[in-house]
Design a protein around this ligand. Structure first.
Ligand code: IMP
Ligand code: MG
Length: 184
């Protein structure tokens, strides 16, 4: 594997990710097998796209996909847990749909905590979350994903969908940036 010049080290390699994605897909298949509702994988743009693409191929249960785009207010003075919805979800069949939100990483927890509440209010039959990565040390609200790939330390990670300033999303692994890359 040729390391990107800006990457300090690989935190989670391709093989490890592939194995984990298969394991998550098997758990999801098992848990939704007898639901009787539609299963909707709802990817949160843009960070989830690589994980979403791999995960959906490994799930054998019939699925539909959709996307939402949100931006969080950041960790300023707001403590409402609100996020801005940039691309909303418009579906009439939510009461007959199990929504599984697909996210790259849970950090403060604000995005997913808000979205779970939002989709429940919109009338989804059920709302659950699957995240590739979780940084529990950073949590600001009480939120736990239903399915987690890897718990990671409080370091900024990139690759496999995750970006720094829109770069590095296409790296096939999750890595930690060299400090010099932040100064670019
Ligand atoms: P939160 O859980 O609402 O704080 O937001 C999580 C979002 O912050 C993720 O969807 C990412 O877009 C972004 N994020 C948090 N930590 C990282 C990181 O280490 N690398 C890249 N993006 C991150
Ligand atoms: Mg994101």
């Amino acid at each position: 594997m040729i390391l990107n010049n800006d990457v300090e080290r690989i935190l989670i390699g391709e093989e490890q990710i592939n194995e984990k994605v298969k394991e998550l897909a098997q758990r999801i298949d098992r848990d939704y097998a007898n639901s009787g509702k539609k299963l909707l994988l709802l990817g949160i743009l843009k960070g989830s796209v690589v994980f979403m693409g791999d995960l959906m191929k490994q799930i054998t249960h019939p699925i539909e996909i959709d996307f939402m785009k949100v931006s969080s207010y950041g960790s300023g003075t707001k403590t409402t847990g609100n996020v801005n919805i940039i691309l909303d979800l418009y579906r009439k069949d939510l009461p007959n749909t199990d929504v599984l939100i697909v996210e790259d990483i849970v950090d403060s927890g604000r995005t997913l905590s808000y979205l779970c509440n939002y989709l429940s209010l919109k009338g989804a039959a059920s709302v659950k979350t699957v995240t590739l990565l979780d940084k529990p040390e950073r949590r600001e609200v009480d939120f736990n994903p239903d399915y987690t790939g890897f718990v990671v330390p409080d370091e900024f990670v990139i690759g496999y969908g995750l970006d720094y300033d829109e770069q590095y999303r296409a790296l096939p692994y999750v890595g930690i940036l060299k400090p010099s890359a932040y100064q670019k």
